[in-house]
Design a protein around this ligand. Structure first.
Ligand code: 7PM
Length: 291
């Protein structure tokens, strides 16, 4: 028997003009267009034009390596990061979205909490709205609803400035599950049907190492809600803290988290290292569907 039979998750989901089979795992490549993004040291940002060239070069490679999505972000959510103006965020992400849509066959995910960015990115052809604030900003629910695109609701405790100051939960998995129930209700009331919602526990966003490890261990409980689960652990401190490795030496640890998340029901894995993660997940998938 295959595992899909056991879930109530629909096998296919429409992301803008692309239909994706979510009975298999998919990789989302991260394209940060921020000067302070920790994973690329800001080297995509030397100047506006250079930035676009570098972002597109990276995008092309990630698509060749098998990414189904590219996640474009123009606001750093690093703890303590500077606040970005709406215009600044638009100036960073819109050229990249337009260039990708013009030349690459991939679903563009827009990593934003800003209503104006949601609307314009959708107009430019984005296929998924990925919001680390789960559409909690004023106007974001309506903006997302108007696009008719799927939305990824990520859980975060607190805000990026303070979230790592002693985060606490009664029971991390239950608390986050209830949080999603509330946000899904708000989405539904704003015209976003449950069929267009993905959930993401938000590894590293207001969580201690122990919280992050428990969340991954019990991810199957969140997946059993029936909504597609997306996860992002690539290069994060939860890997660094277990292995005692700097950010550029967390690939193997990250592959372990990707495979374990997939086995527990995650279907989209957001990573910086696309080729390696695609291989790991193709292998895991072959095992999962064997009988
Ligand atoms: C600095 C700190 C820069 C943290 C970037 C980050 C997620 C996300 C991010 C995630 C979803 C990173 C994060 N993380 N969106 N955006 N899930 N859906 O490590 O885990 O890339 S930003």
């Amino acid at each position: 028997m295959t595992c899909q039979v056991l879930t109530k998750r629909p096998a296919k989901m429409l992301f803008g003009d692309q239909r994706l089979d979510l009975s298999q795992p998919h990789v989302m490549g991260v394209i940060n267009v921020t000067p302070d993004s920790f994973s690329d040291g800001g080297n995509l940002f030397a100047s506006q034009a250079l930035c676009l060239d570098a972002a597109m070069a990276r995008a092309r490679v990630m698509v060749e390596e098998g990414a189904s999505f590219l996640d474009i972000g123009g606001e750093s959510t690093r703890p303590g990061a500077d606040i970005v103006s709406v215009q600044q965020e638009l100036d960073r992400v819109m050229p990249v979205i337009e260039a990708i849509k013009a030349s690459l066959d991939v679903i563009v995910s827009i990593d934003t909490s800003t209503p104006e960015v949601i609307a314009l990115a959708a107009k430019a052809g984005a296929g998924l709205i990925n919001d680390v604030r789960a559409l909690s900003r004023k106007g974001a629910l309506q903006a997302a609803s108007d696009t008719q695109l799927p939305v990824c609701l990520m859980h975060m405790q607190g805000d990026p400035k303070t979230m790592q100051n002693d985060p606490t939960y009664d029971c991390i998995v239950e608390d986050i599950s209830h949080y999603f129930d509330e946000r899904i209700k708000h989405c539904n009331q704003s015209g976003i049907p449950t069929e267009r919602i993905l959930i993401d526990p938000g590894f590293g966003f207001g969580k201690t190492l122990s919280h992050n490890l428990q969340l991954l261990k019990h991810l199957d409980i969140l997946a059993s809600k029936g909504l597609p689960v997306l996860v992002g652990m690539s290069r994060k401190s939860m890997i660094g803290n277990v292995l005692n490795r700097p950010v550029d030496e967390r690939l193997y640890g990250g592959l372990a988290t990707a495979v374990m998340a997939y086995e527990r029901g995650a279907r989209i894995v957001r990573v910086h290292d696309v080729a390696q993660t695609v291989d790991a997940l193709r292998m895991a998938h072959a095992i999962m569907i064997s009988d």
